[in-house]
Design a protein around this ligand. Structure first.
Ligand SMILES: [Fe+2]
Length: 185
């Protein structure tokens, strides 16, 4: 789905094929066959790795529970987008998930901005501008999907995932110490 995952996937499968070949050459067909039967397990490990890439991690925490919960939900919705890209869902479902992401993004940004405003966070305006850019981007994806001029692609999912991770790690974490010092938990 992104370059790192694709590269890792290629390395895993190439390494696995080479290993099966080597074991077959050394120990015979039965061993190579047994290894091939382990493929579902390998696939499960791969899926688990991808799932974790789309799951909120504790080091993303901004120290405020309600905002961490919002971020978790945003990760889940982007994972749903990823699954829709994998054709696990139909086009209507992809549009529905993107609409939900659009709505939840607004809900979360409003909540986050309200907490910053309540405590007079000095970087509120620049933070708000980042939110506005993201809202416009998601609106654009949604309109393009509705107009059939775009499909949910790996570029779209990668953009959403990278934006969320970078925004949390840089811009959101910057308010963490300020707001927790004001008593937000
Ligand atoms: Fe934010």
């Amino acid at each position: 789905m992104n370059t790192k995952i694709e590269t890792l996937e290629w390395v895993i499968w190439t390494g696995f094929a080479a290993f099966v070949g080597l074991m077959g050459w050394i120990f015979g067909l039965a061993v190579a066959l047994a290894m091939c039967l382990s493929i579902p397990f390998v696939i499960m490990l791969k899926n688990d790795f991808i799932r974790r890439r789309f799951t909120w991690q504790s080091d993303y925490s901004v120290g405020i529970t309600v905002l961490d919960e919002d971020h978790k939900r945003l990760f889940e919705l982007i994972f749903e987008m990823y699954k829709s890209m994998q054709k696990a869902y139909g086009k209507e479902d992809a549009a529905r998930i993107l609409t939900e992401l659009q709505e939840y993004t607004i809900t979360h940004f409003d909540r986050e901005e309200a907490v910053m405003q309540k405590h007079g966070y000095p970087e509120l305006e620049s933070h708000r501008r980042e939110h506005e850019v993201m809202k416009e981007k998601v609106n654009h994806f949604s309109a393009a999907l509705a107009a059939n001029s775009m499909e949910v692609s790996k570029d779209v999912v990668r953009f959403l995932q990278n934006w969320l991770i970078n925004h949390i790690n840089k811009t959101d974490k910057a308010y963490s110490a300020f707001l927790t010092a004001k008593g937000e938990r």
